[in-house]
Write a protein that binds this ligand. Structure first.
Ligand code: HEM
Length: 123
């Protein structure tokens, strides 16, 4: 297996991740029903977000912390939901990639997850 190297890899990672997220019993319906996400808009945004984090570069514009604090007012966004999210993220990466960037993608996501949960709990 190889490492995450370019935008094509990010696109594969993000698409595979959300396929599993949508089918997940704990968090799937947040995307399917609570928000009814417009995937044509959300996916390219997520490609930019993760490309910036994993490979560097600045196309992403948004405010993830604010977006998820707002979401937590609409639906349960606690440790159970974030654990489910992180589990799918780690599993997706481990299925597709291996290496320094792959490890970093898991660590960075974990840091953001912790911070997001903290911000939600203290908002
Ligand atoms: C329980 C966990 C999570 C749930 C249920 C969730 C759900 C969502 C939803 C419904 C949206 C809005 C999509 C739309 O605009 O239609 C969103 C946006 C987003 N999410 Fe999450 N999310 C979770 C965790 C995370 C984590 C851990 C990260 C980062 C590591 C993340 C990154 C983002 C980003 C970057 C956006 C776009 C924000 C913006 O537009 O400014 N999410 N999320």
């Amino acid at each position: 297996m190889r490492d995450i190297e370019n935008r094509e890899d990010i696109i594969l990672l993000v698409n595979t991740f959300y396929d599993d997220v949508k089918a997940d019993k704990t968090i799937g319906d947040i995307f399917n029903k609570v928000v009814a996400v417009n995937w044509d808009e959300h996916l390219p945004k997520m490609y930019d977000f993760w490309e910036g984090i994993i490979l560097g570069g600045g196309a992403f514009k948004g405010n993830p912390m604010q977006a998820h604090i707002a979401l937590s007012k609409q639906t349960e966004m606690g440790k159970g939901q974030f654990d489910a999210w992180q589990l799918i993220w780690n599993k997706t990466i481990d299925t597709l990639f291996e290496g320094e960037k792959a490890t970093e993608a898991k660590t960075r996501a974990n840091n953001i997850t912790q911070l997001m949960l903290y911000k939600i709990q203290t908002a």
